[in-house]
Design a protein around this ligand. Structure first.
Ligand code: SF4
Length: 802
């Protein structure tokens, strides 16, 4: 069975995590630093703060039936007896007790699965369209390339400490599918003029609270070059990614806002050239014949079924594959949930069908693939009793929702509970009144973060808190008309808001109006036609016709409760989104302690010897440790802290040589003399906090010129010489000496933004990379370089705003 191999370091990773867990439980590891280590192992703290969620990677949306049953058994023993499929085609186990986390990780490894990279600033689960390899519309099967890439990236240590998460997706279909456009790196299957298989590459896509559509990076690259592209982007991200600002450190911000697409491409090409010169091994993409992974000679008697229910189910949930005689079957799930017992039963039932039969969709549904048509009745009889939605219209499986405030730290509202209430409402109303449309995808998120991809939904909602008479009310913003149109991805339009209490009724009403409209019109083919033909205004008006009038608390208390809650709505237990926890959080823990001790020393004029010793020891230890993480170091002992600090900060001249005697005595364990070195320790603490303050967003320090990535020679064009007589008096001046690429360019952009067309900005740039890159990037934005001239070690550049 085709699947990726787990990284060889996984055993060691789990051992280290077990030690971290023990340190944390023993109070020796700060909870913030522990969170940064925990989330990159795919382990999140549940909203109740007393148990954990483990998120399991399923590379390429694939899991084998045996693995599924293994995960389900863990859910029964350690979790809450069900699995949950995410919109990134992972599986989550919820409510794992603290002492069970490590056993769960070890048992997952035994069945070839891992949570590593399920969260944090890592290369996340690499996904594809669930029907790659079986769709009659696809260009070619992207799974072999995807799995080879996943296996390579998971072995690379720099995949686990990126400035922010990196999402990679493959699409075997054409540009009619949105998947490739909303990834940090999207690969869309494409054949070149010679019929060679490869990809169009899109970069900088992503949804979240600030949605961006990916832009094309390559018109075509062959499959075996995929790694080089990812390697170059990863290098760029490490070099230029903003590690400090968590809200703006995804690749999409670097591309769209900080650099702009054309400058991004310039820097990317430089990195790609270096990668090509390094000559990394090409990806070993072995063509996969899906037929060979499929069992047709099944030792099972085909069953017969002729009921209306069976025919309806078949019509709704079964699609023919491109392989003749084989079918894919959708197992519609309620918000991705399936009982563990059903997973175990499915494994038992499906044994005769082989291992290549399960996929997860980014719509939170499960798909059975490669099922011979003659066994459809067998499958139907098996799954109809599951906790799935097999007897329901497709619309039920088209409602995607996240756990929101019922599980996620950042959740404001409870989308799963709303979805459940909507099912109930649809059950009572729709059955009697109208036929629910099956061609619409509804996505409901518990906050603006868009984990359900509400920005590309036909109809989308995200949780928002409003206040009435001093009370907080759960509400949802309403969006619509997102998705692909003629090869272009459109971000949904926000058209209003409704209160949570009536959302099930609102959704049902929109469905009813759409269904009726479609029935009466010969020209309306889908929801987007409806939207353009007046549906948008109808839905917008519907929001304001009773769905966002909120009665006073005395009139009706229902509006002041969220679905599934028996307490008045509040933001109780609201925490920080954990997934971005990273290096800065770890540094900040030590930085705070150093500053706190310094402040206490300044306040306490006459501390006892013991107290003084403790404060100085704190400054020295936390000061020496705080920036080690920026060098990729993790000291195991106190002696390690001082010797690593000496190597990375003293020997490199980043911190003054005057501190060497202090560090030397600390290295030798002579902390008993600290009180005598009080002034030196204080000076050390002040210097280290200043160094941190001056660290740039890419974790480099003033004057530091090391190339952190590939040491490859690079040919540059000669910088321009100043054209005679063009020097003009500047309207504005900015000294960017010491500011590295691409932050210098980002600052030039900020300056130009505030200026009028025709005005001239003079900037001072360092020799080397800054003068080679910035003027070219400025020109690619349409501005004019009037003149650049060398003055000593630096360059003065005059830029005229376009
Ligand atoms: S959309 Fe918000 S509430 Fe939902 S899972 Fe994501 S962060 Fe949590």
């Amino acid at each position: 069975m085709m699947h990726y191999a787990l990284p060889p370091s996984l055993d060691d990773d789990i051992v280290r995590f077990e030690q971290d867990f023990a340190e944390f439980r023993g109070g020796r590891l700060h909870k913030t630093a522990f969170t940064a280590k925990r989330v990159k192992m795919g382990v999140y703290l549940e909203r109740d703060r007393s148990s954990y969620m483990c998120r399991i990677r399923c590379s390429g949306n694939i899991i084998t039936p045996k693995q599924l049953a293994g995960v389900a058994s863990l859910a029964k023993i350690y979790g809450k007896g069900q699995i949950c499929v995410t919109t990134r085609a992972e599986v989550q186990l919820h409510r794992i007790e603290e002492q069970d986390v490590i056993p769960v990780l070890r048992k997952l490894k035994e069945i070839g699965l891992s949570c590593k990279g399920g969260g944090g600033n890592t290369v996340r689960n690499i996904i594809a369209n669930y029907d790659s390899g079986i769709s009659s519309k696809e260009v070619f099967d992207v799974q072999p390339c995807l799995q080879a890439l996943a296996e390579r990236l998971l072995r690379e240590s720099d995949s686990w400490d990126l400035p922010r998460k990196m999402k990679i997706g493959f699409c075997s279909l054409t540009e009619e599918d949105s998947l490739g456009f909303v990834q940090d790196i999207g690969f869309i299957a494409h054949l070149n003029a010679d019929g060679k298989e490869g990809f169009r590459v899109y970069i900088g896509g992503g949804l979240g609270a600030h949605p961006k559509v990916g832009v094309q990076l390559h018109e075509f690259i062959p499959q075996e070059e995929v790694y080089n592209v990812v390697r170059a982007v990863k290098n760029m991200f490490h070099l230029y990614g903003n590690r400090r600002n968590k809200h703006r450190n995804r690749l999409k911000f670097l591309l769209h806002d900080d650099l702009g697409p054309s400058a991004f491409r310039t820097y990317y090409r430089q990195e790609l050239n270096k990668v090509l010169e390094m000559g990394y091994p090409k990806l070993d993409v072995l063509p996969l014949d899906n037929e060979k992974n499929v069992r047709r000679d099944i030792p099972l008697e085909p069953e017969k079924e002729d009921s209306d229910d069976f025919r309806t189910w078949k019509k709704r949930h079964v699609v023919n594959q491109r392989q003749k005689g084989l079918c894919r079957i959708r197992l519609s799930l309620f918000s991705g949930n399936l009982l563990a017992d059903d997973c175990i039963a499915l494994e038992k039932f499906s044994r005769p069908f082989g291992e290549n039969i399960l996929r997860f969709g980014t719509d939170q549904n499960m798909y059975l693939v490669n099922i011979p048509e003659k066994y459809l009745a067998n499958v139907y009889k098996e799954i109809v009793g599951y906790s799935a939605l097999s007897d329901k219209p497709m619309l039920y499986g088209n409602l995607v929702s996240c756990s929101g405030s019922q599980g996620c730290q950042a959740g404001l509202t409870a989308p799963k509970a709303v979805t459940e209430a909507t099912f109930k409402y649809l059950d009572t109303v729709a059955a009697a009144d109208f036929c629910p449309p099956n061609d619409i995808m509804i996505r409901i998120s518990g906050c603006p973060n868009s984990c359900t991809n509400h920005w590309i939904a036909d109809l989308g909602f995200y949780g928002k808190v409003r206040r009435v008479e001093g009370h907080m009310i759960p509400t949802y913003n309403v969006l619509g008309n997102g998705g692909m149109f003629g090869g272009i991805l459109r971000i949904a339009e926000k058209i209003g808001w409704v209160h949570a209490y009536d959302l099930p009724r609102f959704i049902t009403e929109v469905m009813r109006r759409y269904a009726n409209f479609k029935e009466q019109s010969e020209t309306i083919v889908d929801f987007h036609d409806y939207w353009r033909s007046g549906g948008r205004d109808i839905i917008s008006e519907l929001c304001t016709s009773g769905y966002n009038d909120i009665p006073s608390f005395a009139e009706d208390k229902n509006y002041y409760f969220d679905h599934g809650a028996d307490e008045l709505f509040s933001l109780k237990n609201l925490g920080h989104e954990e997934c971005s926890a990273g290096i800065y959080d770890i540094i900040n823990v030590d930085d705070k302690l150093v500053r706190k001790n310094l402040m206490q020393l300044a306040v306490e004029k006459h501390p006892t010897d013991e107290n003084l010793e403790t404060l100085l020891q704190g400054i020295l230890f936390h000061g020496a440790r705080m920036l080690l993480v920026t060098r990729g170091e993790e000291a195991k002992t106190e002696a390690d802290v001082y010797s690593l600090f000496t190597r990375h900060f003293l020997d490199t001249g980043l911190i003054a040589e005057a501190h060497r005697p202090l560090l030397l005595s600390a290295c030798q364990g002579k902390s008993d003399s600290l009180c005598e070195q009080k002034e030196q320790v204080i000076a050390f603490g002040e210097d280290i906090t200043t160094l941190y303050k001056n660290m740039d967003d890419t974790m480099r320090f003033p004057g530091e010129r090391e190339n952190m990535m590939v040491q490859a020679a690079k040919k540059h064009d000669e910088p321009l010489t100043p054209p005679h007589g063009q020097r003009r008096r500047p309207n504005k001046f900015k000294d960017l000496s010491g500011v590295q690429c691409p932050l210098n360019f980002a600052q030039v952009k900020v300056q130009l933004f505030a200026m009028s067309p025709g005005e001239v900005l003079e900037v001072i740039l360092d020799d080397g990379t800054p003068i080679e890159n910035v003027p070219e990037s400025v020109k690619s934005e349409g501005h004019t370089i009037l003149c650049q001239e060398k003055t000593g070690e630096q360059w003065s550049v005059l830029i005229q705003k376009s």
